[in-house]
Design a protein around this ligand. Structure first.
Ligand SMILES: NC(=O)c1ccc[n+]([C@@H]2O[C@H](COP(=O)([O-])OP(=O)(O)OC[C@H]3O[C@@H](n4cnc5c(N)ncnc54)[C@H](O)[C@@H]3O)[C@@H](O)[C@H]2O)c1
Ligand SMILES: [Zn+2]
Length: 348
């Protein structure tokens, strides 16, 4: 059982627990409160898990009420948020009570948004049940819902605790292990090559406890330095400038899109900064079954979507590029660099 702590201004804000079986940690964190009322939010795919955790809490004398939101991104809608606000209000929920979100990144994003806004903020905990959630989405206090654009509205709000049960992650289907591998490899490329080496050795058979602990350690370190993404936190967006554009235009999954995005931004890194790791990066992505190209996208649409990227500033488009592995830089990119990125993924 490993614990990581996110601190804001030197004060501990969020504890992340990684281990096998997290019921004891759940009861421990819930038990630090005087209130006994808990609302457990889940999706249809995580209802069984939510029931198990609710049972453990009821056994400890908590009063638990549950609410199921729609699956996947359908949960990240303001209408769903409003439904949950009503449910909490009708349940007599106060600022002393606790919301627990059980699910993947979409569920924790919406649970965090609800927690950060209901009554101007109530305590929240997450139980992250996907690898993307465990290595990325549940960590770092960003929450959000989709309006026209993805994550268009959100608040920074830290869950008091994030619990990650590796036994649940081990049972995930390969498709979800692959999605998570894209984000874990991203963390590897920008900061911790031991993650990359693990996937090179064992592909999807990697030891997920080690991968999650290493990824969480990097993300916690970055967030502790720059919670509100005014500087260093931007490095976590490696592969995401092109990746988000691919995701929007093709409707591919986030992990697949980020993999293609990292191939493109690896090529851009070579063109702009002389990065020499392009082939190694492509090889490991391919080894875990992630795509290297998006033949269903066009350069024109991807470029148009990239122009809306959040990292853009008054001087133009910016990307996180690698000088070498574990040495990322947020830089302005010229047309030739964008061209190299597109050529790297066969975009014309
Ligand atoms: N807040 C952040 O910093 C941050 C960072 C990265 C991603 N995100 C967000 O996270 C979301 C992606 O997260 P995701 O990849 O976990 O997707 P997801 O939450 O949509 O989960 C993927 C699918 O797996 C199902 N699922 C969840 N747990 C499962 C389990 N244990 N077994 C089987 N199926 C399970 C879900 O119901 C869903 O159908 C996106 O909305 C993205 O914007 C947020
Ligand atoms: Zn991502």
């Amino acid at each position: 059982m490993h614990r990581h702590v996110i601190s804001i201004n030197g004060e501990p804000a969020s504890t992340i627990v990684v281990g096998r079986g997290v019921e004891d940690a759940l009861v421990e964190f819930a038990g630090t409160r005087t209130s006994r009322l808990i609302a457990v939010l889940c999706q249809p795919t995580t209802m069984g898990l939510a029931d198990l955790y609710s049972g453990s809490l009821v056994d400890e004398g908590f009063q638990v009420t549950g609410y199921t939101v729609p699956d996947g991104e359908e949960a990240k809608r303001l209408s769903v948020v409003e439904d949950v606000y009503r449910f909490l209000n009708e349940s007599g929920f106060t600022r002393d009570d606790l919301v627990i979100g059980v699910g993947g990144g979409a569920l924790t994003d919406v649970a965090g948004f609800i927690g950060g806004t209901y009554l101007r903020g109530v305590p929240v905990m997450y139980i992250a049940t996907t690898l993307v959630g465990a290595v990325d989405a549940a960590i770092g206090g960003k929450t959000g819902v989709n309006v026209d654009g993805k994550n268009l509205a959100g608040v920074f709000a830290h869950p008091e605790a994030v619990l990650i049960d590796v036994d649940i992650l081990d049972r995930l289907p390969d498709s979800l292990k692959r999605e998570g591998a894209a984000e874990a490899l991203k963390v590897g490329f920008i900061e911790d090559m031991s993650i990359v080496e693990a996937y090179e050795r064992e592909a999807l058979g990697v030891d997920l406890e080690e991968i999650v602990n290493r990824s969480v350690a990097v993300k916690v370190g970055v967030v502790n330095e720059d919670f509100r993404e005014r500087g260093r936190r931007a490095i976590l967006n490696y592969g995401h400038t092109v990746g988000h554009a691919i995701e929007t235009t093709t409707g591919r999954s986030h992990g697949d899109s980020v993999a293609v995005g990292m191939v493109a931004e690896g090529a851009a890194s070579r063109a702009a900064l002389g990065f020499t790791g392009e082939e190694r990066q492509r090889a490991v992505l391919e080894q875990v079954g992630l795509p290297l190209e998006a033949p269903d996208a066009t350069a024109q649409t991807v470029l148009a979507l990239m122009q809306r990227d959040k990292k853009r500033d008054a001087e133009g488009l910016r990307m996180v590029l690698l000088e070498e592995f574990a040495s990322p830089k947020l830089v302005h990119v010229d047309d030739a660099t964008v061209q190299a990125a597109f050529e790297g993924i066969g975009l014309t």
